[in-house]
Ligand binder design. Structure first.
Ligand code: 5GP
Ligand code: MN
Length: 336
């Protein structure tokens, strides 16, 4: 089935032609795909309508080079009126309004026409007039490229750079299972544009701080706990430990994937104290679904192989609970 149906696309083209005020938003703790899709759209609109990207919280340093990043607004009382007054709001890389945290109420209440483009399963009903959701897509950036294509919009180099960034980060450099033939087709179209792929990869993967590299070494040698029987590994990091390595937002991005490089590990979890709550990240290999675990036990959700959640309990309690759940929740991957 076609995701971007002709009728909706025609309506949206007409809508955007007349829209005076456009707001673009993405999920809390934005990653490369959330920022990539938001800024790709922003760079497309920026010379036309009054367009603002408003995000619920901070942007990791790794992505501050992205074109348009300096113009992003972090949501607060002063800029809330943009959400209220918008004609059109794009909801990118998230599927439920709870994912924008403090912006939730104002987003729900805005009379703007809302358009969701996203790849998380089960989009919230009643939030958006137009919902373009495809959990088969590797990234929201993949879908956004198809949206531009359906609208017959020609994108500029900056938008292509942002789309390629999101595609790269959400696929782990095109290695995760979610990477499909279509992902490569979109990547190939972007690669045909005058973007600097080497520069993009350099910004994402060769620009870590010394602290982050040392923190990675520390968590792998001192903090990774492996349960062979459950094919599971987890890492739990306190704020004090992270601070010792000059922790900055984004520094632990990707840590949850590291234990999956061990041959027998099929399920990996990462827990970290951040902003007074415990952030939980889950990853898996194969058909072991972690979004179900995130949703059922950790107040979250996500994709089959990559999900997250949160807890307001102390770190130790969260970890103990996780460990106590393992015999039950890993039944599918246990050695019998
Ligand atoms: P990460 O582990 O990188 O924070 O998140 C992995 C995936 O899970 C992302 O696709 C993200 O959108 C989703 N996710 C992370 N945290 C939450 C959460 O608190 N609630 C929901 N519904 N999804 C989350
Ligand atoms: Mn995404």
């Amino acid at each position: 089935m076609e995701i971007f149906d002709k009728k909706s696309i025609e309506e949206i083209r007409a809508l955007l032609q007349n829209a005076q005020k456009i707001v673009i938003t993405a999920h809390l703790n934005p990653d490369g795909d959330a920022l990539g899709s938001s800024l790709a759209l922003y760079n497309f609109f920026k010379y036309g309508a009054d367009c603002k990207v408003i995000l619920p919280n901070n942007i990791p340093d790794t992505f501050k080079w992205m074109p348009g990043c300096n113009e992003i607004l972090i949501y607060n009382e002063e800029n809330a009126h943009f959400v209220t007054e918008a004609d059109v709001i794009f909801i990118l890389d998230f599927n439920t309004s709870a994912r924008v945290d403090k912006m939730q109420k104002i987003l729900e209440e805005s009379a703007a026409v809302k358009i969701m483009i996203d790849h998380h399963p089960q989009p919230q009903e009643g939030l958006c007039k137009y919902v373009f959701s495809d959990p088969e897509a590797a990234a929201t950036c993949e879908l956004l490229y198809l949206f531009f294509d359906s609208c017959k919009y020609t994108i500029n180099k900056d938008s292509a750079t942002c789309l390629f960034t999101g595609l790269t980060t959400d696929t782990g450099c095109f290695q995760f299972n979610c990477t499909s033939q279509r992902t490569f087709e979109v990547a190939s179209k972007l690669a045909a544009m005058p973007i600097d792929r080497a520069e993009i990869i350099h910004h994402i993967y060769d620009s870590y701080s010394e602290g982050r590299m040392r923190l990675q070494g520390y968590v792998l040698s001192n903090k990774m706990v492996v349960f062979e029987q459950y094919h599971t590994a987890y890492i739990a990091l306190t704020k004090a430990e992270a601070d010792k390595f000059d922790y900055r937002v984004g520094d632990t991005e990707g840590f949850v994937n590291l234990p999956l490089s061990i041959e027998h590990v099929k399920f990996s979890a990462f827990f970290m104290e951040r902003d007074g709550i415990i952030r939980c990240s889950f990853r898996s290999k194969g058909d072991f679904k972690v979004n179900i675990i995130a949703e059922k036990f950790f107040n979250g959700g996500g994709h089959d192989n990559a999900a997250g959640g949160k807890s307001y309990k102390p770190l130790e309690e969260v970890v103990n609970r996780f460990v106590s759940l393992l015999p039950r929740i890993t039944k599918k991957i246990q050695d019998k």
